[in-house]
Structures are given as C-alpha cells and as structure tokens.
Design a binder for this molecule. Structure first.
Ligand code: ASP
Ligand code: MG
Length: 413
C-alpha cells in the first residue's frame, strides 16, 4: 500500500469551510486505499497576526517566546482538521511537532531539523489513524519549541516523508503548480509538469515562492518526489524529481524575478589583499546576505567593487560600510535601490550553447540595460532597473517560447 504525506498550506485551511473541503479531499484519497500523513500550516494570515501582536508589545521580541507564540497557529488548524475528519467518520488524531518527535537545533525562528523519532507516527499509521501533524515546528534538546522559518511546513512535510519512507510528498497550495514564470506578469505562462530538484532549488531561492528552499534541499538529498498542486482543483500539478533526459531537452525551464534587491558600490577600493575580506566580514557579522559580487580590473592600485543585497538590508549595509570607509581607504559608498534580478533557469543550459547571448540580445532589443550578470551551470541572472522587471520577464518568456506549447492532455496524478 502506498504512503503519501500531504501538506495543506494556509489558504487551503483558510476558513472552516475550506478545512471541511480538505477533510473531504482526504476522505476521498483514503478510499483509494492510500495511507496518509497530513501536515498543515496555520490558517492564512495567522502567523502574520501573531507576529504583529508580539511587535505591539516589544520592538525586539525574545526569540524563544516568539517560537512559542508562532507555533500556536498550527495547533489550531491541526485540531480543527482532525475534528472535521472525525466528523466524516474517519479515525484521525492531531499531533504537535514534539509529539511526532521532530528534533531541531536551537536556532529559534530558523531551526533546522536534526532528527525525527517517528515511532509514534508509525504506530498511529499501523492502527489505521490518519495523523494530522502541525507543520513548521519542532523542539530542541531542552524541549523548547522551535520553528523552521517562514514557509517551514513544506520542510516538515518533506522531512516526515523521508523519515517514513513515503512514496510521495504532496504540497497542496492555492496555485496549481510551478509555472514557467509569474502568471500575473505573463498570462501565457505555462504550468511545468516535471522539474528537477536543482531547477526547483534555483526557482525557490530566486523568488518563486511556492516551496520553502530548505524543503527542496531536503527532498533532493533524500530523493523524495514532491508534487506541488492545488487543493482547489484536480489538476496534476508539478512533479519535482530527479533530473532526466526529457528535462535536458528543454533549453530553459523558467524565469523568476526578485524586486527586493539593492546594489552597493564601493568606489576607489585599494587593490590589495585583505580589503575584500574586511568588507564582507563586516557585512556578514550583521547577518546581511550578499548575493552577486563584481570587482573591476584594478587601475593605478584602485578598483571598484559592487555587490547586491536584499533591499530591506540596504540602508543598514550602507551604514556599516560608511563607518569603515576611512579604515579601508575607500573613496565612496554608493547605494542603488530599486533594482531587480531576473533569472533564467534550465538544466538544458548544460548541454546547449547560446542561452546567454539570446538573453542579452532580447533585453537589448527592448533597450533594457544590464547592470550586473551572474551565472551558474543552470542559471543566468541579470540585474536591471526595477521599472523594467515586467518587460524583461515578458520579453524573455517570449524569446524562449515558454508559453507557446500546447498543454499535453493528462490525467490527475
Ligand atoms: N505558518 C508558517 C508561515 O506562515 C509556516 C507555513 O505556513 O509553512 O510561515
Ligand atoms: Mg508556503
């Protein structure tokens, strides 16, 4: 008999009617003879609401208390869903992260799962009970509640699927899969039927918000197939799995964008060993995440250095560097806000040439200036002015003919 871990996101359990609908969906699936473990998020907006309450009490909430607070959101939805399932005559029980043995490190708000002691879940499954597990939470070695970072229920689901050796992990959300790009920008965007872990990892970390990045890393490491699909219809969704030759034939799989970017440029940086180390150590100490870094060829002992960071950290990064300017001997620190990063992703790039050239010429034809470029084996990212984001995404989507293909006829997975 097959075992599936199904995760339902916040919108899927957003109100009581939706919780009842999810229960019906689960009942239908159980009828086919599949064993299920259910993971749920807090009801939509609940985690934000709890955060706002804490922020009204203190500007700097204690992280331990914050995790205690945020973990309550999922407690509400598991209990309600278990009741809805019982109401349909099914045997179901809700469980907190602690009750299903999810042990994490102690990094509150960003905890990492270290171990899952799954015996209680296994026992419940043997007894024919449908476990309904709170996503996003675990406990550390001191039994304090921890949370796994925003969107962490995805990671709970994949981790449980790994621990239980499930056949599949289904992530139910309010979109019917992963798209070639944001359909709000490009209405012709197409649902991707199958995508590799590596591409999904790039998509997740580059701004496609459908899966928490950690969950994809986890799935890739342990080879857990993930299916992303909607809880509001019966479409087949997107299967995230191991790369195959079919995927390599596609030149480009998807286009993502991230508008939360800023560029810092240090002008007149002394061109000698240790300067870059000092700059990036100072930035790292303040937990600012640096993305692209470009250093020019030095001239007359000086060079320019630019890097991108999340826009939300831009002012802080500038302050850190301004305080260092004299010590470094740097002439000037310039900050450019309102930039965005557009990225083109595809495992096909490994075996095809000319992708970068096509990107640059397509953007040039629209008069879009590229400020920075970075590449990996399966990705090209360009930094451009924010106001051109939509145009760039549309242009590239069209240039690589991502929307043109006919949807293959398919059955629900
Ligand atoms: N409720 C948490 C959040 O909103 C976890 C999740 O939904 O995955 O981030
Ligand atoms: Mg999510």
């Amino acid at each position: 008999m097959s075992l599936i871990v199904q995760k339902y996101g916040g919108t899927s359990v957003g109100d009581l009617e939706r919780i009842q609908n999810v229960a019906k969906r689960i009942a239908k699936c159980v009828q086919t003879g599949t064993s299920l473990v259910i993971v749920v998020s807090a009801m939509t907006g609940e985690t934000d609401h709890l955060t706002q309450m804490a922020e009204k009490i203190t500007a700097k909430p204690n992280q331990r208390e914050m995790d205690m607070l945020l973990s309550t959101g999922e407690r509400v939805s598991i209990a309600l869903l278990a009741m809805a399932l019982q109401e349909l005559g099914l045997s179901a029980q809700s469980f907190t992260g602690r009750q299903v043995g999810i042990l994490t490190d102690s990094t509150h708000a960003q905890a990492r799962i270290q171990e899952i002691q799954a015996d209680r879940l296994e026992k419940a499954l043997k007894e024919g009970i449908i476990p309904v597990v709170a996503g996003f939470q675990g406990i550390n070695r001191q039994s304090d509640v921890t949370t796994l970072g925003r969107g962490g229920s995805d990671t709970t689901a994949v981790a449980l699927a790994t621990a239980l050796k499930a056949d599949l992990c289904e992530i139910y959300t309010d979109v019917d899969g992963v798209y070639t790009t944001d359909p709000n920008i490009v209405p012709e965007a197409r649902r991707i039927h199958k995508i590799s872990y590596e591409e999904m990892l790039e998509m997740a970390s580059l701004g496609a918000k459908v899966l928490q990045t950690r969950s994809v890393e986890f799935a890739m490491k342990y080879h857990v197939p993930i299916c992303v699909r909607s809880s509001f219809n019966d479409l087949g969704g997107t299967l995230v799995t191991t790369e195959d030759s079919e995927m390599e034939q596609e030149l480009v799989s998807g286009i993502t964008y991230d508008k939360n970017q800023a560029k810092v440029t240090l002008v007149g940086v002394p061109d000698r060993p240790g300067i870059a180390a000092m700059i990036f150590e100072a930035i790292a100490k303040e937990n600012v995440n640096v993305d692209m870094i470009i250093q020019n060829v030095g001239q007359a002992g000086l060079t320019d250095l630019s890097f991108t960071i999340p826009n939300t950290d831009a002012r802080r990064a500038k302050e850190i560097l301004m305080a260092l300017i004299e010590k470094l001997g740097v002439a000037e620190v310039a900050l450019t806000e309102h930039i965005s990063k557009v990225s083109i992703i595809g495992v096909g790039m490994r075996s095809h040439t000319g992708v970068a050239a096509k990107i640059f010429s397509s953007l040039a034809a629209e008069g879009i200036n590229i400020m920075m470029i970075s590449t990996s084996e399966i990705k090209v990212s360009c930094v451009i002015e924010s106001k051109y984001t939509e145009l760039a995404v549309r242009t590239l989507h069209e240039a690589f003919e991502l929307g043109d293909k006919q949807e293959p006829q398919e059955e629900s997975i």
